[in-house]
Design a protein around this ligand. Structure first.
Ligand SMILES: Cc1cc2nc3c(=O)[nH]c(=O)nc-3n(C[C@H](O)[C@H](O)[C@H](O)COP(=O)(O)OP(=O)(O)OC[C@H]3O[C@@H](n4cnc5c(N)ncnc54)[C@H](O)[C@@H]3O)c2cc1C
Length: 420
């Protein structure tokens, strides 16, 4: 696969799917993205994501919107128990929201206009065609003489299919493509959940606004921890009055018959979610009971954010690791969270997706082999997967799990150093 495929179907129209879609389209390939969510302008979780060097490089090369995509958080502040000013570091993290990045990528891919990108860029001379089909759930994949046939079901239940030279599975944690190619995968619940939410900077007290201003803040508490940073709303406004303080609060909740995990995942309509209870559907009594139990332990600026958040949402923290990224002679690829979903402590999911895309670019330009890309992608994924488990165990799960996972990490590191 040393040349660019002429036609590609991408399964999954979130960040990884769109990054690959924009890359291929900019290089002349005709791309169809099939996304199961019927909502064209998708509502984000209104939560933050972190940009690494590959995302920035990608946007520098392929984004023609000209709008500001992220902003640097200059200082990372560590609070330890009740000591709010325990340490300040100079680690810089580039931060934005899922909604902003999604809208920028859509504007470049298929010209979707939004509040963030009111005038989408015109196509470049060498661009291929980009088609984004919403409400199409992929259900089958078959290799034929004509190419790869992807079967999908529309919202009306109608079955359809499309053919392409290459299929990219960018369909996240519960990847259908990964199942269809029977890829080897380990998938596990971490034993903790993340509560998330945002509050507009303008709605908190001046002291709290100052405490979080232009910083990533980590609150390390007993058996729980909190991450906060500033993000733009989906409209991509970086004006100080409109920006949001985004918080993520990790709390232990083992999957045992006695724990209330199932109750937590049951929304206000009685529907049980597998992973995330979205904003607006979390049962008020569950959130209130959680606050009543935990707030006495929480320092004031964090507590103010929780109390002032109108619609928090909650996600079961799962991870998954697949030991292969290429299938059917390199004509089916897995990228982004479909290849490896990390516990989110390092905030590198978007960066992983962008690095997969730039790496495949080198394969398609003939600078490296697909097998080399696959090995690098799987090695990197395994390292981050293990590392984020170690971090989660250290901050939330206690010494026994921490030492066990650290040992696994060291063994993996030593084996990869000697080429095993
Ligand atoms: C709506 C949404 C909002 C998000 N908001 C945030 C956020 O605020 N902060 C954050 O850190 N992360 C967020 N994430 C997760 C984040 O995008 C990923 O962790 C990371 O960027 C890697 O993305 P991905 O594209 O590999 O996987 P995902 O973002 O999980 O995307 C997978 C996509 O595949 C689609 N899909 C799955 N199965 C099928 C199928 N059979 N047929 C067609 N489509 C399918 C899903 O609907 C989804 O859009 C969000 C994801 C989504 C989908």
């Amino acid at each position: 696969m040393a040349t660019l495929p002429k036609s590609v179907i991408i399964v999954g129209g979130s960040i990884a799917g769109l990054l690959h879609g924009v890359y291929l389209k900019r290089n002349g390939t005709n791309v169809t993205i099939l996304e199961q969510d019927p909502n064209a302008t998708r509502s984000s979780h209104n939560a933050g994501i972190c940009f690494g060097p590959s995302v920035q490089e990608f946007l520098r090369l392929y984004d023609d919107t000209g709008i500001q995509s992220c902003q640097p958080g200059i200082v990372t502040r560590l609070a330890y128990r009740q000591n709010l000013y325990w340490r300040d570091t100079t680690i810089v993290r580039h931060l934005t929201s899922w909604g902003v990045l999604y809208r920028i990528l859509r504007a470049n891919f298929d010209g979707l206009s939004s509040e963030a990108v009111t005038t989408p860029p015109v196509a470049r001379a060498r661009d291929g065609k980009g088609k984004y089909l919403s409400g199409k759930k992929v259900t089958s994949l078959q290799m034929t003489h004509d190419g790869l046939v992807v079967g999908y079901v529309g919202e009306d239940g109608k079955e359809e299919s499309s053919v392409a030279d290459l299929v990219i599975g960018a369909d996240g944690l519960h990847s259908t493509v990964r199942n269809l190619v029977q890829a080897p995968v380990v998938k596990e619940y971490s034993g903790y959940v993340s509560w998330r939410g945002t509050v507009c900077v303008a709605d908190v007290s001046p002291e709290t606004a100052r405490y979080f201003q232009d910083r990533t803040v980590l609150g390390l508490l007993k058996g729980t921890y909190i991450v906060c940073y500033i993000i733009p709303p989906d409209s991509a406004s970086f004006a100080s009055g409109t920006r949001l303080i985004n918080w993520v609060w990790y709390c232990n909740l083992p999957e045992t018959p006695e724990s209330n995990l199932k109750e937590l995942l049951t929304d206000s309509n009685g529907h049980i979610h597998t992973n995330t209870v979205p904003s607006g559907l979390v049962r008020v009594e569950i959130w209130r009971a959680h606050l009543a139990q935990m707030l006495p332990l929480i320092p004031a600026p964090f507590a103010e954010l929780f109390v002032k958040t109108e619609s928090p949402f909650v996600t079961k923290v799962n991870d998954a690791l697949c030991s292969r990224a290429t299938f059917l002679d390199g004509r089916v690829l897995l990228v982004g969270d479909a290849l490896a979903t990390f516990r989110p402590h390092f905030a590198v999911a978007t960066e992983q997706a962008a690095s997969h895309c730039l790496g495949l670019g080198r394969v398609w330009r003939g600078e490296t082999a697909l097998q080399v890309w696959e090995k690098e992608a799987v090695d990197h994924a395994t390292r981050v997967w293990l590392g984020s488990r170690v971090m989660g165990a250290g901050l939330l799960r206690g010494w026994v799990e921490f030492l066990l996972l650290t040992w696994k990490y060291v063994v993996f590191f030593a084996r990869s150093k000697i080429g095993v």
